[in-house]
Design a protein around this ligand. Structure first.
Ligand code: GTP
Ligand code: MG
Length: 320
């Protein structure tokens, strides 16, 4: 996106940015023109200490330097081609996903307890480490665990089947336990430092909504919760886009007592989560221990579902 002849431009070239402001900005994670160009005014002011009007000029100048805005369709195509897929280890599930979980997008897996959301997360955390010819991206993983359900033992089992060195597979996953929703949001901001290295192409948030659901109880707090969730989703979307990484989030369901026909369950977070997720997958238990994964929302794929199994070695098309 940056013009060739302007490659050398840095944050220090922005109007109103002296060495000490540049340092403060860098400390707050605003160390590239892109980071400033897409920053919110409030964030920039609070982390750099400059006035509103200076911050506004900085953002505008960064945007001008970045040549942001419209791009031609062939540029969009090039960007789409940069989008990569991570295999799920189930051919049927991969097919439903158009080849696998996409980078540059948020994929939300929602379903009841035990439907396999965390298992899908573990499987992706292993598979993304595999070489590209095996459906991986040769990359490391960031895992934000809010329910304390990350299991290294499970990674070992899955790594073994995938033919990865088990120790390396564990070392390639950076896990942070989030203790409440604020902590969870802070961790996703911190994740950016790791993403900047270019070594991480998968960010998992398991569960996206559990803390929010527990902390904001009752109708009176609903709008506050939704606003905060919205902010969280936007940050995740920005990370997916800026670093072309795959963001996978899990979400619980609640029952809708007024639904008489069809499936009486809906995902938590309503439109806020639904609209910011690029892909949405509904997971449920099927016949004979199988799992059904249904793609319910996608910009470019038909609604479709498939059957798979959670086996000792991980996700699979057949019950082993
Ligand atoms: P919640 O987080 O509680 O909402 O559920 P979830 O959707 O994350 O479910 P999870 O992915 O934790 O699925 C748990 C199910 O996966 C278990 O009931 C098992 O069927 C299966 N599972 C978990 N670990 C193993 C394992 O080591 N081997 C096998 N074969 N199955 C496992
Ligand atoms: Mg889970």
């Amino acid at each position: 996106m940056v013009k060739k002849e302007e490659k050398e431009l840095t944050v220090a070239d922005l109007p109103g940015v002296g060495p000490s402001t540049a340092e403060k900005l860098a400390a707050a994670g605003f160390d590239t023109l892109l980071a400033i160009a897409v920053a919110s005014l409030g964030n920039l002011v609070s982390s750099s200490g400059v006035s509103d009007s200076v911050a506004r000029k900085m953002i505008q100048a960064a945007r001008d330097m970045m040549e942001m805005g419209f791009e031609t369709a062939d540029e969009v195509l090039t960007r789409r081609m940069a989008c990569k897929k991570i295999t799920t280890s189930s051919e049927a599930f991969d097919e439903v996903m158009g080849g696998g979980f996409e980078t540059g997008a948020i994929t939300e897996c929602y379903g009841e307890f035990g439907s396999g959301k965390t298992q899908v997360g573990h499987q992706l955390a292993v598979n993304v480490q595999r070489p590209e010819e095996e459906g991986g991206l040769n990359s490391k993983v960031i895992y934000i665990d809010t329910e304390n359900t990350f299991r290294p033992e499970r990674i070992l089992q899955m790594a073994k089947r995938a033919g990865l060195d088990p120790d390396t597979a564990l070392k390639n996953i950076k896990i942070a336990r989030a203790y409440n929703s604020d902590h969870q949001m802070l961790l996703s901001e911190k994740a950016e430092d790791l993403l900047k290295t270019g070594e991480y192409k998968l960010l998992i948030v398991d569960s996206l909504t559990a803390h929010f659901r527990a902390e904001y109880i009752g109708r009176g707090t609903l709008s506050e919760r939704q606003q905060k969730l919205n902010k969280h989703m936007h940050l995740l979307l920005k990370l997916a886009d800026m670093y072309n990484c795959c963001v996978m989030v899990t979400n619980q369901v609640m029952s809708k007592p007024n639904v008489m026909f069809g499936d009486p369950t809906v995902a938590i977070g309503g439109h806020v989560v639904g609209h910011s997720s690029t892909f949405r997958i509904y997971l449920r238990k099927g016949k004979k221990g199988s799992r059904v994964a249904k793609l319910v929302d996608s910009p470019n794929l038909p609604e479709n579902e498939c059957m798979m199994f959670v086996t000792e070695g991980g996700l699979s098309d057949k019950d082993e």
